[in-house]
Design a protein around this ligand. Structure first.
Ligand code: ITT
Length: 190
């Protein structure tokens, strides 16, 4: 029961493999020999997730799913959004977080949400699954677990950032968990 996950992000693979447990063994882009950088030129998560999965169907002829995700900060007009991975112009998360904290400054409204959109391509059909988690942006980094913007995001109803939580704890509430659960149920019910 193999399933191709069209991503280069090892953190995503680890999280999603844990959530899907024994249901599927995930194969990454490297596992299928895809070394190209898949263009992500859309301006929505749905669009970019769809481009990543479409690329694998087109060039490798394989059914697969892709995850496009990011952080949307209300006071910054939902930035960085689809530009989360390269907010500062580079993939350096140190710089990306610095820029976000600088732009937000001492703004009172620290509301934000993480969003994941999963695009599944199966037998010529296209399906989308979404997961959103609300929370707030801290003033400084806290914690070392996880990846990306985890050190500055506290999910609603919690006191710790995602980076202060164990992988298990983050994986039981996150945007990615919500989206992957929908994908998992869908695949179980077919
Ligand atoms: P692939 O496109 O190869 O899947 P990517 O890292 O480029 O990997 P995205 O284009 O979806 O993935 O960019 C998502 C960025 O949003 C990611 O690099 C992180 O900075 C951030 N992000 C996504 N999910 C996150 C999470 O659970 N925790 C913290 N940051 C996250």
């Amino acid at each position: 029961n193999n399933l191709v996950f069209a991503t280069n992000n090892l953190h995503k693979i680890e999280e999603v493999q844990t959530i899907l447990k024994g249901q599927f063994t995930l194969k990454s882009l490297i596992d299928i020999g895809c070394t190209e950088d898949i263009p992500e030129t859309a301006d929505t998560f749905e669009g970019n997730a769809g481009l990543k999965s479409e690329y694998i169907v087109k060039h490798f002829g394989l059914d697969c799913f892709a995850d496009d995700s990011g952080l949307e900060v209300t006071a910054l007009n939902n930035e960085p959004g689809v530009y989360s991975a390269r907010y500062s112009g580079s993939r350096d998360m140190e710089q990306n977080i610095n820029l976000l904290l600088a732009k937000l400054g001492n703004h009172q409204n620290r509301a934000a949400h993480f969003r994941t959109v999963i695009s599944l391509r199966l037998k010529g059909e296209h399906y989308l699954f979404e997961g959103v988690i609300n929370g707030t942006i801290t003033h400084t980094r806290m914690g070392i677990e996880g990846f990306g913007y985890d050190p500055i995001f506290i999910p609603e109803g919690h006191k710790k950032t995602f980076a202060e939580m164990s992988q298990k704890e983050k994986n039981s509430i996150s945007h990615r968990f919500i989206a992957v659960n929908k994908l998992s149920s869908f695949l179980k019910n077919r």
